[in-house]
Write a protein that binds this ligand. Sequence first.
Ligand code: ADP
Ligand code: MG
Length: 738
Amino acid sequence: MNNGHAVVDGLSIAELTKRHAGLGQSSAATSRVDQVFGADVFSERVMQQRLPRDVFKRLQRTIQHAEPLDHDSADVIAAAMKDWAIEHGATHYTHWFQPLTGLTAEKHDAFLTPDGHGGAITEFSGSSLVQGEPDASSFPSGGIRATFEARGYTAWDCTSPVFLNRNGGSVTLCIPTAFVSWTGEALDHKTPLLRSMDALSEQAMRILRIFGTDMGVSGVVCTAGPEQEYFLIDREHYFKRPDLMACDRTLFGARPPKGQQLEDHYFGSIPSRVLAFMQEAERELYRLGVPVKTRHNEVAPCQFEVAPLFEMANIACDHQMLAMETLKRVAPRHGLQCILHEKPFAGINGSGKHLNWSMATNTGVNLLDPRDETHTNMQFLVFLCAVIRAVDLHADLLRASVASANNDHRLGANEAPPAIMSIFLGDMLTDIIEQVEAGKPKKTMKAGKLDLGARTLPSIPRHTGDRNRTSPFAFTGNKFEFRAVGSSQSVAWPATVLNTIVAESLDHLATLLEKSVGGPGKAVDTKRLQPAVASLLQKTVRQHKRVIFNGDGYDAAWHQEAEKKRGLANLRSSVDAFPVIGSKKAIDLFRAYRVFTKVETESREHILVEKYIKQVMIEAETAVLMARTLMLPAALRQQAELAEVVAACEAADADVGDLRGDIERFIDLVNRFRKAIDSLEKASEADLGHDVLKHARHLKARVVPAMADVRELADRLEQRVSADLWPLPTYREMLVIR
Ligand code: ADP
Ligand code: MG
């Protein structure tokens, strides 16, 4: 099996974090947090303490240079891990992986084995550490499984730290693994992510070699810092909402009189109950070595955000999965329910997961930092232009990487970035890019003016923030922020796409530069380097600048311009975006960089479409059930009450005013509601055979609108039915935490 290898010389997560964030330079004052941080991680420090010197070194070589690990060493490491885990209260171990359900999976095995003499011994061998063999048949495989067998393997990703999972009093040793079929096809999100990181490293290194900045650098990693938005509501309310319980979003609910109009929640003071929750969740995450850093209120009522320090993408991804699980697990202890859905409540903001992304050398140099020295500035421009080219060429694939039934409620709505993928560069970089396009290479470069241009850049503060919240892909000082990612999504897939498309552009630029100034094996002609870069970047900017847009992404005029004038794709719905994944262009791309085989690529599309279908069907069935058994009975009771009142008034000869008209209008509303429920039910029952894409298209065209119709009428009823008859907690009640 070749699952690729992302790890490069000299880089450890601790180092990377230290280098970029000043972590570890803290004083004794922070030692309490320090003591907790990573307490449940079998970290490099623990390994050093517990492993014989030669085994420790061998493992480091495996981690850093992907050298194979011999059986004896694996046995020693496993034994040390087991002892450490048992000392910390663990009874079981599990291979921890990320199947294509988008969640994590684990199957626990006890360390205990009967010794045959009435007792038991604890056992954990090197082979149990390195490889597992879970039955793959119940995980989505998108057709891979049908062709082959149910058997799957998990393989230890030794670059991501082993950790202890504490849940309900039990402690489990978790070994991060990749998950593949027995023929080696990736059945998970991690394997392709690692492969894409390899591809990116390989191509980025070529650029560094051309610039002569590869000294002491043995690899390039991509870094990721995913910001997580989420909602918290009272658990009591949650249990009374079948829609939240089944779909993680409300399918009904009238807009409350006070939503987010006053914008008084954003960055507001955090309610103490929520703060207590955050504190506990953060503490658990610290123990797991997840460097959570910021927390604040978000735009919508009851919406919050947590963001970690960035890490190497595969570790950031593992940590992000742990963050989502931890938020969910800790919330109930505070009487709260954490909702990760992209759009749990209509009419107020949804949740995203901003994926901050950059590339860095394993020596810690951020390749997207414009503030580097003069001649590295040229190098910066090459990396920047590679990203611009990549996003322009593969905007559709990038869009498809965030496609889901959930995200459809968010992307393109007037709050989240539109489905048109464009890049926000900001004034400073746009100016530089315009200079590059104008192409005064010789003069500028000889006179050092382009460099000067870059040098005179007012230093962009690292945390420039969301100066343009409407762009799906924004440059924010020294990294890109991909904002279209959905809050409940794993970041592995969008990161895989991003890495691959950028690798392809770096490959393209490196090939052309090597041709003109001397490639591998030949000395680079440094005199020709500057003009060659200038002319190549000029061409690149000319070809791809259409994707740069610094204006308001919500503006209807932009949508017109993007589609009509610039020819940018606007794949509004996920169903339109899914087929991009299985297109020849995407298959060729992934194959060229050994990220996915054709079969694997096709399986991804299939799984996403299947998931879309399942989600929409669950929603439709839940909507019908709730409408029929909760709202309709309430409305009929209201109708009867109204009728009684009128009858009583008329019997008493009292003036009923327009009550009769009210009743008629109410009855009409109820009748329309009934019909809408019937239509939804009918639409969702249509038999569409096995063509999943056809099924998904039908759901999008018929079922989703039918659900919206039912909802519209239900929400109107909610505002007309007596509060004591209405069977569900309303938005007004749910969207406050006291
Ligand atoms: P915002 O204003 O969007 O909150 P921040 O500067 O606070 O921006 O950064 C948000 C996230 O970006 C954090 O998780 C941070 O660690 C991450 N980040 C910063 N630099 C990088 C980088 N070079 N690569 C990847 N992520 C980064
Ligand atoms: Mg942000």
